[in-house]
Design a protein around this ligand. Structure first.
Ligand SMILES: [Ca+2]
Length: 452
């Protein structure tokens, strides 16, 4: 019962007391979910505007406005559906509008970035599925807020052999650079195997942008290389000799999602979706090799039989570099059937909580799992607690959802506002079905009402 022991040791006395005082240290932290918006398909990005309103991006293409009154505006700020690759409506899909990021100087320059899967571009191999695209738009200040889709400026494109493992999360770092998470390319076999996958896996191949965290400078174009961005001078492969200059870190399978801590030392967190045995939380360091597909979780990876344990755990990558472990991992129920420690099947990365409403979560990483069981909308929420010593593994513990938000469905993504409070973006079904998507705000547990 490794996880319960680590859970008990991670809970501080203050945490236990802040509950009801009568709960044991092993009781999960209780929270509730306050409904913010509904009627969406699958919301994947929540971005607070400086004026107190927020944008919410729906996977099927629309970006909508949540007003100061908390109400979702009917008319979209923009609908990018016509720019997207084909999407399986009323079915499961990983393609679509994936993430938004406001420029750090958004209040002055109104620059906004969006990532989405576009139809395969002309230069992509003919048997590829789509092209992951990061584009820039400007949000005019005029009311009602509206983005002209024709104002798009394409920033970066990465061709995708298959429909899945897109990554596609974007975020500005404290350094002002734009970070882009890209999945390994996907495919029916998984394991970083198939069309468009290098023999060593795209994770370990630094000549491709798949299976990477990228970092680019969007302050201007680079006329020498013909790119719409510049390469930060201290990127690990900035000179292009040993790898693509956009790469910041590598060895990542399907980074969903990627966020910076608003506080502390502004660490970069990536939830890396696993194959069959482990779901990971990583803290990303510049130049780091996070092991995929040589490793999964804290173990080696059996690429032929991913449901089985690996015979060994490699310690180094192709250049002799040390492989970096996740800070937290939990068992995937696909490879650990019936195991009580198998907490889900597909991680949905979240945020380090920096709000005021739940002091017991401050400094810890709140995240979730798409669903506990394949095919049913039963997502789960967790907190990974930073070790008291500051180093070592983080303990993963469930968050117990109380009250009316209990049956929230699948956990699609998370958002965070300027106060550090966290939003949970859900889909009441496992498919892209109209009307099932909701946005919730993480809140303290609802008071227990005595039976009348
Ligand atoms: Ca890893």
């Amino acid at each position: 019962m490794k996880s319960l022991l680590s859970l008990a040791s991670a809970l501080t006395a203050a945490t236990a007391l802040s509950l009801t005082g009568s709960l044991s240290a092993a009781e999960p932290t209780r929270i509730s979910l306050k409904l913010v918006a509904s009627g969406l398909v699958e919301p994947l990005s929540y971005n607070a505007l400086p004026d107190g309103r927020a944008l919410v991006a729906d996977q099927v293409g629309s970006i909508r406005l949540i007003g100061r009154d908390g109400k979702l505006t009917e008319a979209p700020v923009v609908d990018l559906a016509s720019k997207l690759s084909a999407i399986n409506h009323n079915a499961f899909d990983e393609r679509g509008l994936l993430c938004l990021a406001l420029h750090p100087d958004f209040a002055k320059n109104r620059r906004i970035f969006a990532s989405y899967t576009a139809p395969r571009r002309a230069s992509a191999p003919q048997d590829y599925d789509c092209t992951l695209r990061v584009s820039e738009f400007t949000l005019p200040a005029a009311e009602p807020l509206h983005i002209d889709p024709a104002s798009e400026r394409i920033v970066l494109e990465v061709d995708k052999p298959y429909f899945n493992h897109n990554g596609g999360r974007i975020a500005f770092g404290p350094d002002g650079f734009l970070y882009v998470s890209v999945g390994d390319g996907g495919g029916p076999k998984g394991c970083d195997i198939g069309n468009g996958h290098a023999p060593e896996g795209n994770g370990q191949n630094t000549s491709v942008l798949l299976a990477k965290i990228l970092r680019i400078d969007v302050s201007g174009a680079d006329s020498t290389h013909g790119t719409a961005y510049r390469i930060p001078k201290d990127n690990p492969f900035a000179d292009g000799k040993a790898g693509r200059p956009e790469i910041y870190a590598y060895g990542i399978r399907n980074p969903w999602a990627m966020t910076f801590d608003r506080g502390g030392s502004h660490e970069l967190f990536v939830g890396d979706v696993g194959q069959m045995r482990w779901e990971e939380v990583n803290i990303i360091k510049k130049g780091g090799n996070y092991g995929w597909p040589l490793r999964e979780g804290f173990d080696g990876m059996n690429r032929e039989h991913p449901e089985l344990p690996a015979e060994s755990k490699p310690e180094r990558g192709l250049r002799g570099e040390a492989l970096i472990d996740p800070v937290a991992a939990y068992k995937n129920a696909s490879g650990w059937r019936g195991d009580s420690e198998a907490l889900g099947i597909c991680i949905t990365g979240g945020y380090v909580y920096r709000g005021k409403a739940m002091p017991e979560l401050v400094g810890h990483y709140v995240f979730g799992d798409w669903t506990g069981t394949q095919g049913t909308p039963q997502g789960r929420l967790f907190v990974a607690r930073r070790p008291a010593s500051g180093t070592g593994r983080w303990a993963v513990e469930p968050l117990r959802v109380t009250g009316s938000g209990k049956a929230f469905g699948c956990v699609a993504a998370f958002g965070q506002d300027a106060d550090g409070e966290i939003y949970v973006l859900t889909n009441g079904s496992t498919t892209l079905t109209p009307g099932r998507g909701k946005v919730w705000k993480l809140a303290p547990p609802e008071p227990v009402v005595a039976n009348p």
